[in-house]
Design a protein around this ligand. Structure first.
Ligand code: AMP
Length: 217
């Protein structure tokens, strides 16, 4: 079987990270999350991290040249099937990804768009808690960890992302509508798009996603 490249599209808070983790548990994929890579660079205080943080805290996209370079390195160094979580975020990144695919002789297998209403996204993001260890997501009201501030899955501390502030959330949703949402039509025109209702329960969404993946494997 050819190497699969699966794109998860969706607004911040739509559940791309949560669903990626479930996919990785069930299928031989690895998750490439550009947001996670950038947060790691920030915690390592690398020059890339310092540069990226300015954009991230303001809810803006990190410049394309930086992110495309990072992604290219990751794509070239990975043998497994890949889930792209958080890339592409705009049309120029999508075109750069097409170019990378031509270069490496690969092709995008499927694009899954997880759609959720803005009011729900705001509610999810403003109460979100994330595990420092495994990246699992919780919520202050809707998905409370068993022990306050501690991840049920791995026991590491939970934290609130600095870009999950009210101002930054607003800005990220604006950027999503302006820059990322047009990718739905871009991939639909290529006949690669499937839509799932991201307002449902995590497991129900995952069932829809597994039936899409099973149809492609
Ligand atoms: P995420 O974890 O996917 O919500 O991403 C967090 C932040 O990282 C975004 O708000 C952007 O500032 C930055 N980021 C992540 N992926 C990209 C990307 N593909 N292009 C530009 N910026 C990105």
């Amino acid at each position: 079987m050819n190497k699969m490249y699966l794109i998860l599209l969706g607004a911040p808070g739509s559940g791309k990270g949560t669903q990626s983790k479930l996919i990785v548990e069930k299928y031989p994929f690895i998750q490439i999350s550009t947001g996670d890579i950038l947060r790691e660079e920030i915690s390592n205080k690398s020059s890339l991290g310092v540069e990226a943080k300015k954009f991230m805290d303001n809810g803006q996209l990190v410049p394309d040249e930086l992110i495309i370079k990072i992604l290219k390195e990751k794509l070239l160094n990975t043998q497994k099937h890949i889930i792209l979580d958080g890339f592409p975020r705009n049309l120029s990144q999508a075109k750069a990804l097409d170019d990378m695919m031509s270069e490496i002789g690969g092709s995008i297998s499927s694009v899954i768009n997880i759609s959720v209403e803005d009011s729900v996204l705001e509610e999810r993001l403003s109460g979100r808690l994330v595990c420092k260890g495994c990246g699992a997501s919780y919520h202050k009201e809707f998905l409370i960890p068993k022990k306050k501030g501690i991840c049920d899955k791995c026991g590491a501390d939970l934290y609130q992302r600095s870009d999950d502030s009210p101002e930054s959330i607003k800005q990220r949703l604006i950027v999503y509508h302006q820059s990322t949402k047009p990718l739905i039509d871009f991939y639909d025109a290529k006949d690669l798009l499937s839509n799932v209702d991201g307002g449902k329960e995590v497991n129900e969404i995952f069932e829809s996603i597994t039936s899409i993946i099973d149809g492609r494997i």
